[in-house]
Design a protein around this ligand. Sequence first.
Ligand code: THU
Length: 137
Amino acid sequence: MYRLTNKEISDLIHTAFSIRKLSYSPYSKFAVGSALLCDDGEIYGGCNIENSSYPVGICAERTAISKAISSGKRNFKAITIVGGFMDNSNLDYCPPCGMCRQFLSEFCDKDFVIILAKSLNEYKLIGFDDILPFPFS
Ligand code: THU
């Protein structure tokens, strides 16, 4: 796994929580924020954006990756995901859905780190290999 500094981890978690406030999730009321760290140190945030035609909505992770890719970035070290119901009841770890894991696999190597956070001090780091072994490519 890539080694991350404490500052990188705390900046990622901060960014994910602040962009989560911009989540557009009137249907599920489940607000997700994500923050992607590029190898040049830049961070791109994303939130989930739902749609009245439910399958059209996009997850926070794919929003963040799309922003980074369309800004010309190609190399990434880590992504943070924070999610839970809007009223913040039962905020638990929010692992990425299967579609986001596959979307990530296009751009991430085996050292890529997934950071799941419940708060600034409660988080865990997981290797990409552990959440998507044997990916389609
Ligand atoms: N969601 C994400 O943003 N990321 C995930 O990895 C899982 C699910 C969103 C999609 C939908 O807007 C809401 O959470 C409830 O499923």
